[in-house]
Design a binder for this molecule. Structure first.
Ligand code: MSP
Length: 496
């Protein structure tokens, strides 16, 4: 099955922080799982480079806008590399493919009669690039709203209100988790959708509206379209293959843009909707959202990676944050969880198993699954049962539950070893059968770990002399001959 996954395209207005990394971890984890299941998956990320906000910040930096956005876009791209995020495509909204696509979409929407020219007067938040109708402060950034008055093109968003409600009601899994779906539904049912201003004259830093050079396309229409341009444009083969099965991974702050504006734009342009929008909550520091506009909250993911590694960081956030909910970050908690789960539980399991195996069977050992004792068959089955629960959790996007099942499975094997005390088994056949079984259990465990701690999993599979590329189907086939080799510590204890 072909599948297309996207992270938001991040503003190239500053350096990436932990909040950006978190959404990307969620998408990366899901991608790795789908690939393990044999799907052909593409993951896109990118940078959002137009609009007044970026123009203003670039001006303040004293750099030319071109080199300013290049610097920050590269920072995001490098971050994904350093965090071992499996990004296939990286789209920048300043690219020429993207510009052409936005113009194409604008023309389709206009041809459909959904664009008209009018005048906008209202309160605007430049950080959100959005008009607000109530209050004098931005509810997200807590900064004063600015009074804007400009000629603008409008999109007939109001015409799509009922269609949006119908779509979300008919497709209960369109927005996950359910709490976020309910939020969008109640927004659509309790407020009247106004037509949306989709051009700006207050800045020239954007994509020029076709036939009206005084206007640039509103950044959100521009940015959302990057999900399509990353695939190469509306008539590209890739888009034809992947778009119909696309999932957007986003933070809750940009839900309305994705769940209301984007579907309406797509319908109007005669294009298919994404299959799913997966919404995460916020990482906070002392209760405040980690955000560039609140510098005290900003944490550089790379500085934490130096301490705990990219696997440690991914695992901690995926396990600790329940999808859709916020998490207040505490460094001491990060270290405690990783020491307990990855250093003690998982790391010790592999090191004591490999040492024991090598001591007794340095040349490997051979059995057939038909000939092993029931107690060993039962152990294998209990790991498979956990793996099935793991799969159900991940398919419901309950990544936290899936991560817990992964580490509980390691604990289950540890407890089994504690109970069976293989170091006391004198019968060589009994010991061989048990170690053969444990080898398979640990191999299965790497299937569960592959989406959360891919680096550790790769190393563990080297220790088990297994193929580098794991596949879910390995759960159901047993190798006769198994062997191990010594590897260093899987996850050294962190002294923070
Ligand atoms: N450029 C727009 C998105 C356009 S998508 C077509 C944008 N960019 S952003 O850089 O401000 O952040 C985008 C995303 O980063 C958020 O939606 C969220 O997924 C992630 N996060 C940013 N701060 C975050 C936290 N503090 N916590 C969790 N995720 C956060 O909005």
């Amino acid at each position: 099955m072909k599948q297309y996954l996207t992270t938001p395209i991040y503003y190239a207005s500053g350096s990436p922080h932990l909040g950006h990394a978190y959404t990307t971890f969620v998408a990366d984890c899901y991608k790795r799982y789908r690939r393990l299941r044999g799907d052909d998956v593409l993951l896109t990320s990118g940078t959002d480079e137009h609009g007044q906000k970026i123009e203003r910040i670039a001006e303040l930096s004293g750099e030319s806008i071109g080199s300013f956005i290049d610097t920050h876009s590269d920072e995001f791209l490098n971050l994904w590399k350093n965090l071992d995020i499996d990004v296939d495509l990286f789209e920048r909204t300043s690219s020429s493919t993207h510009k052409e696509l936005v113009i194409d979409i604008w023309q389709r929407i206009r041809a459909n009669g959904d664009i008209y020219k009018g005048h906008y007067e209202g309160l605007y938040c430049v950080d959100c690039e959005q008009y607000f109708t109530v209050g004098d402060q931005c509810p997200v950034h807590r900064t004063p709203l600015e009074n804007f008055s400009e000629e603008s093109y409008f999109f007939r968003l109001s015409a799509y209100q009922q269609k949006l409600i119908d779509h979300i009601e008919a497709n209960p899994d369109f927005i996950v988790p359910g709490s976020r779906r309910n939020e969008v539904l109640s927004f659509l049912k309790n407020s009247e959708l106004h037509d949306l201003s989709i051009s700006r004259t207050s800045t020239q830093w954007g994509i020029t509206v076709p036939d009206d050079p005084g206007h640039v396309v509103y950044v959100w229409l521009d940015a959302l379209a990057a999900y399509l341009s990353a695939l190469g444009g509306l008539s590209s083969k890739k888009l034809g293959c992947y778009w119909s099965n696309s999932f957007h991974f986003i933070g809750k702050d940009i839900l309305i843009f994705h769940a209301v504006y984007w579907p309406a734009f797509l319908w109007s342009a005669g294009l298919e909707l994404p299959k799913k929008i997966v919404v995460n909550g916020w990482l906070t520091v002392e209760g405040r959202k980690i955000s560039k506009s609140d510098p005290e909250t900003v944490i550089d993911p790379l500085s934490l990676t130096d301490l705990v590694g990219s696997d440690g960081l991914k695992y901690y956030f995926l396990k600790t944050v329940s999808l859709g909910l916020d998490l207040d970050f505490r460094r001491s908690h990060l270290i405690d969880v990783l020491n307990a789960d990855l250093a003690n539980n998982l790391g010790n399991l592999f090191s004591r198993f490999i040492k024991l195996f090598i001591k007794h069977f340095p040349d490997g050992l051979e059995y057939s699954s038909d000939n092993i004792a029931l107690v060993n068959k039962d152990l294998l089955q209990s790991i498979r049962d956990n793996a099935n629960k793991f799969a159900t959790a991940i398919e419901r996007f309950d990544l936290s539950q899936a991560a817990r099942l992964f580490i509980e499975t390691a604990a289950l094997v540890n407890a089994n070893i504690q109970r069976r005390e293989p170091w006391k088994i004198v019968d060589r056949d009994e010991l061989g059968q048990y170690l053969w079984t444990l080898h398979h259990c640990l191999g299965y465990l790497t299937l569960l770990g592959a989406s959360f701690v891919p680096g550790l999993t790769d190393k563990a599979r080297i220790g088990l002399n297994l193929d580098a590329e794991p596949a879910w189907t390995d759960l159901y086939c047993q190798r006769r001959y198994v062997s191990v080799r010594l590897i260093g510590s899987l996850f050294p204890r962190i002294h923070g």
